[in-house]
Ligand binder design. Structure first.
Ligand code: CA
Length: 50
């Protein structure tokens, strides 16, 4: 799940998760009128499981 790994160290820290959350909220705000489900939260959950 490198696409969520902002500093590209191979793992997703809690700090990165928070940053990602902020980012996703922004993205969702932009795209929510265009299409719901642009951000796949189930994929993110799989990412966190590792
Ligand atoms: Ca990282």
């Amino acid at each position: 799940c490198r696409m969520y790994d902002f500093d590209r160290n191979g793992t997703m820290s809690f700090q990165e998760f928070l940053a990602l959350n902020k980012f996703l909220q922004k993205v969702q705000g932009v795209f929510s009128t265009l299409e719901r489900g642009v951000v796949d939260f189930s994929a993110l959950r799989m990412c966190m499981r590792r």
